[in-house]
Design a protein. Sequence first.
Length: 333
Amino acid sequence: MSVASYDDHAALINENLHNQPLPPLPRGIIVGGPKVRAKQRESMLLFFIFMSGSIAGVYWAVTQGLSWVEWSMFALGYTVTTLGLGITVHRMLVHRSFKCGPVVKFVLCAMGQLTCQGSLLKWVGNHRRHHLYTDDVGDCHSPHIDSHGRPFTNKLRAWMYANNGWLFDDTLTDNDVFAKDMLDDKMVMFFTRTRWFWYFLSMVGFPAIWGYAFGGWHAMVGCILFAGFLRTYLSVMATATVNSVCHKIGYRRFDDAQDQSTNNLIMTALTFGEGLHNNHHRFPRDAYLSHAWYEFDLNGLIIMGLEKLGLVYDVVHASKVHKAAQEQTKLAA
Ligand SMILES: [Zn+2]
Ligand SMILES: [Zn+2]
């Protein structure tokens, strides 16, 4: 079968399945080719490490038990990487919600790269693509349609795709389109190039040092397996679950958000604020996502705390500016 006839055949199958041809993909998405295969290989390697290490972590916890040494490393690792994802990767790099000097930026970027969620560059490009095409053709991780715009007919497949399945698909975000500023950022590119070193530190290096220092050889192994591999996988899953749950389950404070995003308080607790996803889609550049006392945004509170200490500046409060402008209009009317 020639390539053209194979493509025709695939299109025919798709048309029969969904009764309509595939919509054309918008700008900034690469389909197939060596770069896509490299993405798939890296995703496979990372998930093989996460899953095999996590199985060993659970086995160790059940058969050997856990002491305060493993639990404290677990809590510390989860806290540092969850803050690194929310404050650094999401709010500082993707949405430029605040600025800081080079020393603070280095520390924050290190925390971000320790999350083991791909390179800083890749995360920024993918997430900006998600915001531009949210729940529409071109979105990389919607629970409503796949990367080619095909609607999901199976709930489990939709959930799995939006969580992690999209990392293995045949599309790739073009960072020349979505993350040109990151490609020009020497520090971000340093962390992108050295990402496997930071993955090693997060999953093995730091847990090993902590475990050996406070509990000897036995605790060292327990810390690597339980507080290194398993903790990393769980924190990656927490972030990934925002992609699925927070576009399906929860409440919508802003119905005018052009997507199906929701606020979910359980995901908010697990990700230190990222679950306020409907608020975030309505005002993507906001550094602080809470709009009510029960919406606890730890990431945003820490950014404002860092601002008070003079460590970060130019903190964006787009929703407050929007509200003030609306009130002014009302007064003028
Ligand atoms: Zn979203
Ligand atoms: Zn975002």
